[in-house]
Design a protein around this ligand. Structure first.
Ligand SMILES: [Zn+2]
Length: 438
């Protein structure tokens, strides 16, 4: 099935061949950084390393980590390795705290990005004949344009609708016959909710078949829900502004992890506390090194994303390692009464209940010495009229499910349908009011 691959040779090359190729690229990238970046030259000089010390792939471990703060401290162009005139596009993260992170692309970087996004979309079945409804935000955020460039490379018809104006989105999806939907998972759920409310059956009234969801962590439960409600096959896609935007990794039709395009990125997993290297199969923080970037290359970037890497062969025939679904960010990890909890675990616990809508909030307070942990869960139109007894039973069930996963006993508050805010961008789920009270 050569038709299954965008670039069969690269996607299915043997691990040995792939690693040999990676070593060649790593040597080049480190040398390039050393010669063209004051920041990296200093980092390497400080620990007495030169590019000649990179002799095998494992030698990447000698290189110091790069943190988001390195990019912020060198804002805007301190880590750019080409004359500014060589840059052809700039992107930036939202930067809610401090300086934003700038993504700087040369012509070559743009070609690579489009290629990786085309490969990612193609892997999930997107073809020339499709109509792609791109509801990711267009602009500084890499989501909108990343998908745009990839689909353009395939020759797919693109509807660059961006975010917002949900009713209009649904009308155009219907009228123009969209077959592919790209947006955040929380917006997909909101779209489904709005369609169902408006009497539109995604299965009968729309042509959607594939969905690409990313930019925020989501669970298997959310996948089940989106697939059922929108009658599509849902794919997870991953990327970061620091690396190139979306297109770093994507799920294949096996839905057993996201293939990392290792001909452009070197992946490592580390213990987020000690920085120690972990083996494949062990859960830890993902660390990426760009292998082919020319505008703003990054060596050993600490993503804060927690996952597991698998490098056994995948049923789809691709040899590139897979990262399992992101379990959370080490930044997002909550410590409640001394227990490590990720929002995704709470999501997993509550999403399987048909009485609840897909919206929830986690509220953490510390009125005196002990943490108070509350989950606000939204009822559906159907379950809101349940008897008091039924609602009490539901609360007990939620509490039990969360307890089974985390060992904690939260307070459960049920709220009316529509009571929790919807958003077209990333949903805010955790409200930690304990800060400053420690
Ligand atoms: Zn696969």
């Amino acid at each position: 099935m050569t038709d299954a691959y965008w670039n069969k040779k690269v996607e299915t090359m043997s691990r040995a061949e792939l690693e040999k190729y990676q070593l060649k690229l790593l040597k080049n990238q480190v040398k390039y950084c050393y010669e063209n970046s004051k920041v990296y030259r200093n980092k390497l000089k400080n620990i007495g390393i030169t590019p000649d010390d990179i002799k095998k792939l494992d030698d990447s471990q000698k290189i110091p980590f790069t943190y988001k703060n390195d990019l912020r401290d060198n804002y805007p162009f301190g880590m750019v390795t080409v004359p500014l005139g060589e840059l052809v596009e700039l992107h930036a993260s939202s930067g809610t705290t401090g300086n934003p992170v700038v993504g700087a692309y040369t012509t070559n970087d743009m070609d690579v990005w489009a290629e990786l996004m085309a490969r990612s979309l193609y892997t999930t079945g997107v073809r020339k004949e499709d109509v792609m409804h791109n509801a990711y935000g267009y602009g500084l955020f890499t989501g909108g344009l990343g998908f745009h460039y990839g689909a353009q490379k395939i020759g797919t018809t693109i509807l660059p609708i961006s975010g917002g104006m949900t009713q209009r989105q649904i009308k155009l999806m219907q009228d123009l016959g969209s077959t592919v939907l790209c947006c955040t998972p929380s917006y997909a759920i909101y779209l489904a909710e709005t369609m169902i409310k408006g009497g539109i059956s995604p299965e009968n009234d729309l042509k959607l078949k594939i969905g690409h969801f990313g930019a925020e962590p989501w669970s298997e439960r959310i996948r089940e829900r989106i697939e059922k409600e929108l009658a599509i096959e849902a794919f997870d896609i991953y990327g970061l502004t620091e690396l190139c935007g979306p297109g770093v990794s994507v799920e294949c039709t096996e839905h057993n992890g996201l293939h990392i395009w290792e001909d452009h990125f070197l992946i490592e997993t580390i213990d987020p506390k000690t920085g120690e290297i972990l083996s494949a199969g062990e859960e830890g923080e993902l660390v990426f090194t760009t292998l082919t970037k020319t505008g703003l290359p990054i060596l050993r970037f600490r993503t804060r994303d927690i996952s597991v890497i698998q490098n056994e062969p995948c049923e789809c025939g691709r040899t590139h390692s897979r990262m399992m679904r992101i379990r959370g960010r080490s930044d997002d990890m909550m410590i409640i009464r001394g227990v490590n909890v990720f929002p995704s675990q709470i999501e997993y616990a509550i999403m399987g209940l048909s009485e609840l809508a897909a919206q929830y909030q986690i509220i953490l307070e510390r009125p005196d010495a002990l943490d108070v942990f509350t989950i606000k869960a939204e009822l559906t139109e159907k379950s809101v009229n349940s008897s008091q007894h039924e609602l009490e039973t539901l609360k007990r069930r939620i509490k039990q499910k969360v307890n089974n996963i985390t060992g904690l006993s939260p307070i459960i508050e049920l709220v009316k349908p529509g009571a929790l805010p919807r958003t077209a961008g990333k949903a805010k789920r955790v409200f930690d009011m304990r800060l400053g009270k420690i």
